[in-house]
Design a protein around this ligand. Structure first.
Ligand SMILES: Cc1cc2nc3c(=O)[nH]c(=O)nc-3n(C[C@H](O)[C@H](O)[C@H](O)COP(=O)(O)OP(=O)(O)OC[C@H]3O[C@@H](n4cnc5c(N)ncnc54)[C@H](O)[C@@H]3O)c2cc1C
Length: 764
């Protein structure tokens, strides 16, 4: 006993115990004070930032024109140091870098800023867990370096505009026991590689905890889950934040301004370009010491303008996304399957209040407005179904929006012809001096820009023009300085906004949300006092439309509905509904005539076709909101004379499911149903067999083209086997769902082509 006491109270034991306690206390203190994981909030302030109104587009065009003019006034004639072609992530990143080094920069974009791939990404700020797997199992050092660099950039990205990006836990569901150590080791390696720049560390979840966190998950065969962390952002708003930051540093930028020719000196060096304003058709020349081709998937077009014998280097790869209602994923947890039935990655992630699901990497051709193919949409739905509990019926009709983006995979033109696609981004200088930057991913836009401007300074001999080296690793974008995590409370207190609206404004505009609110008109209600929504289910408000026109260069209704607000990405039907009001507000600000308003509506409806709005959905073009007494009087007269002339009631159509039926259409469906139905049950309900639905539809005008396969697909989605009895209301529901898909081409049984992960250069 005494020996035991002596051993317990020996100096050695006491020293170990004291050391252990001190270590535990120190560790605990450090843990408790380690602060928020990511990203740090900025200054706690309730004061609006100093007002800043950027130069208007007209002023920007004037500055662009001045550079090409013969020197007659002091403003004329000074050439730009750099002309950047393309206003996506790459071009905008280069503009911020170059302008913040003090260079005289021009950036032109032929469409709207981020209208290309940069608004259609998966919105992840990530190192690429899947690439790490390749790096480890194939001992691929280049792949390892890519992940390492992306993890470093991930940290800078999240601090550059902290209000626009956030940390997102992503779950990998595990259905086999042997996968537990495999996924665990992979995710831990991802953490280790990020080092001190890591977000939260990854962890394992038991089956019960996984189902509690993600109740929609299929429980059959689930063993557990692994959760790791990456970042998520709002891509087109990040793009516009980059553009506005470049402007703040003195860059001259113009959207809807296209490079149509490249100009060379007598020695064959590029020294300028011809620009065309795509809104007015006006053309002029611009002079610049160096030209940067940042046109992403369209890089070959500019390279061909430079050298008509140029051989194409871009092999575009497309990825599609669909937006589903928010009940498909928890608000703060994403899900990723790294190995689907055909080897591609699939994910569904909460984003801006809804769920986006999708996949990346199928070979594609270059087009300006790519559309998500019907077979791709159904493939994503099939994969989503495999993960969700069987009581959740995932239907085609749940797709609120669908879009496709093109990834610019490139070959290095200087490499041997047999060499394949570059894994990361590529920088290439043509004989004429055209500097092309292509490939990479959103996450690494800053590092790509730094490399590009370093090279530009060298190639175009601009070292005497720069005032500093690269500063973008610490430079914060517009909206960041006066933003804090609790800023939305100040907005509510000052403007009487709904909480959801205030949070949305704070998270998408940062400290600029104060300026947005200052443009808001009173709601004339007791609550909320300000913040009229443009769509009842989404927190976008009318003041954002005015802000977009005056502070963010929005020129069309599509700019507002797709890229300043994200309504068409979240719900294309809601965007269609909001369209006339958005056009009305823009008309206030831009003085649009009735003809222009009609043209804007038609252009937006056309664009919504690339956002998953099925052809035929819009049977009658929405009318502009009448303005002025003459238009209002005419509109009143037209509607009352319509009734007076006895041409019948105004057709409103009937909403069943999400599809709308014309007046005669429902009657035709009812007639055909009645002709084929038999009486079933004590209550005398009329039914048809599910297997006969297609025959019934053959008798309905407009439905004759619907194939048996489409019909079976929709019936199966609704949970009807061929022998099931279907009542009239169920029949109409099925027809409604059929309407949503029947106009799209039926998916063929073709072999799905895919691009191997190590070549995809930035997918999940
Ligand atoms: C489906 C998909 C998902 C992705 N997901 C992620 C992700 O989650 N995370 C991530 O980090 N990366 C992701 N990426 C990659 C990332 O989106 C792209 O790398 C990035 O957006 C490319 O930007 P860019 O500026 O090079 O091209 P773009 O955004 O396409 O910009 C090029 C611009 O050049 C303009 N242009 C073309 N010709 C002219 C001309 N003659 N004059 C003026 N302008 C011209 C075009 O209009 C276009 O706007 C994804 C890519 C895809 C396809």
């Amino acid at each position: 006993m005494s020996r035991l006491l002596r051993a317990v109270f020996s100096r050695k034991t006491l020293a170990i115990a004291t050391g252990g306690t001190a270590l535990a206390a120190g560790g605990g203190y450090w843990y408790l004070n380690s602060g928020p994981a990511y990203p740090l909030s900025t200054r706690e302030t309730r004061r609006p930032p100093p007002p800043w109104t950027p130069p208007s587009r007209a002023e920007m065009l004037k500055a662009l024109k001045a550079s090409g003019a013969i020197k007659t006034t002091a403003e004329d004639g000074e050439e730009f140091d750099l002309l950047i072609v393309g206003g996506g992530a790459t071009g905008a990143g280069v503009a911020v870098d170059a302008a913040s080094r003090g260079l005289k920069v021009a950036l032109v974009e032929r469409d709207d800023f981020s209208a290309g791939t940069s608004s259609k990404s998966t919105k992840l700020v990530h190192g690429g867990v899947r690439y790490l797997q390749k790096a480890v199992f194939e001992l691929d050092y280049d792949q390892y370096k890519l992940v390492k660099e992306a993890l470093h950039e991930r940290k800078i990205f999240l601090q550059t505009a902290p209000y626009l990006s956030a940390m997102l836990p992503i779950m990998l569901p595990i259905y086999k026991y042997w996968q537990v150590p495999y996924y665990w080791a992979g995710c831990k390696m991802y953490d280790v590689l990020a080092g001190k720049e890591n977000m939260e560390t990854s962890y394992i979840m038991s089956k019960g905890k996984a189902l509690e966190t993600f109740p929609m998950l299929k429980s059959d065969g689930l063993v557990g889950a692994l959760v790791y962390y990456d970042g998520q952002h709002n891509d087109s708003r990040m793009n516009i934040a980059l553009i506005m930051s470049a402007v703040k540093h003195g860059a001259t930028v113009a959207n809807y301004c296209e490079v149509t020719e490249l100009h060379k000196s007598s020695s064959g060096r590029l020294n300028g370009a011809r620009l065309k304003d795509n809104l007015t058709g006006e053309e002029w020349n611009i002079r610049a010491k160096g030209i940067i081709n940042a046109t992403g998937p369209f890089s070959d077009t500019l390279l061909t303008l430079d050298d008509p014998t140029h051989k194409p280097i871009v092999q575009p790869s497309s990825g599609i996304h669909i937006t589903l209602p928010n009940y498909y994923s928890p608000r703060k947890m994403g899900l990723l399957d790294p190995a689907t039935s055909d080897g591609r990655v699939i994910f569904f992630l909460p984003w801006q209040g809804n769920t986006i699901a999708g996949t990346t990497d199928s070979p594609a051709s270059v087009e300006r407005e790519p559309r998500a193919a019907e077979d791709e949409i159904r493939w994503v739905l099939e994969e989503v179904r495999r993960y969700l509990s069987p009581d959740i019926k995932v239907r085609r009709g749940d797709v609120l929006s669908a879009w496709s983006g093109l990834r610019p995979l490139v070959r290095n033109p200087s490499a041997a012809s047999t060499e394949g696609l570059v894994r990361n981004h590529m920088l290439h200088v043509s004989t004429s001096g055209l500097l092309t930057i292509a490939g990479g991913k959103w996450t690494t836009y800053r590092a790509m820009a730094e490399e590009t401007v370093d090279m530009a300074v060298n190639v175009f001999q601009l070292s005497s023009r720069v005032k500093s080296g690269c500063v973008t690793d610490t430079l914060r974008l517009v909206g960041s300085d006066g933003w804090s995590r609790n800023m939305f409370i100040g907005l509510i207190q000052r403007y009487g906004l709904e909480t959801e609206v205030a949070r949305h404004l704070s998270d998408n505009y940062g400290d600029r949300a104060w300026t947005v609110c200052s443009l808001a008109e009173p709601t004339e209600k007791n609550w909320p006092l300000y913040g009229k929504r443009i769509s009842s289910q989404y927190p976008f408000v009318e003041a954002e439309v005015r802000y977009a026109v005056h502070h963010e260069y929005a020129q069309t209704a599509v700019d507002v509905l797709a890229r300043r607000t994200r309504l068409s990405f979240l719900n294309v039907h809601a965007a269609l509904e909001a369209l006339p009001r958005v056009v009305d507000i823009m008309a206030d600000e831009l003085g649009w005539s009735r003809a222009e308003r009609k043209a804007q509506i038609a252009q937006a409806v056309e664009f919504f076709g690339s956002m998953g709005l099925a052809p035929g959905t819009v049977t009658k073009m929405p009318e502009p909101v009448p303005r002025g007494w003459a238009e209002r009087a005419w509109s009143e007269l037209a509607s009352s004379s319509w009734l007076w002339l006895g041409r019948g009631r105004r057709e409103t159509g009937h909403g069943y499911s999400r599809a709308r039926f014309e007046m005669g259409e429902l009657a035709a469906l009812e007639d055909a149903f009645a002709r084929n139905a038999s009486v079933k049950g004590v209550d005398g309900e009329m039914n048809v067999k599910a297997g006969k639905v297609v025959d019934v539809l053959r008798e309905v005008p407009g439905y004759a083209e619907i194939s048996e396969k489409e019909c079976l697909y929709v019936l199966e989605e609704a949970g009807f086997g061929a022998g099931a009895d279907i009542g009239f209301h169920e029949f109409v529901e099925v027809c409604g769902n059929l309407k949503e898909i029947a106009f799209s081409p039926a998916p063929g049984k073709q072999e799905r082509l895919s691009i191997p992960v190590e070549k995809s250069g930035g997918g999940i």
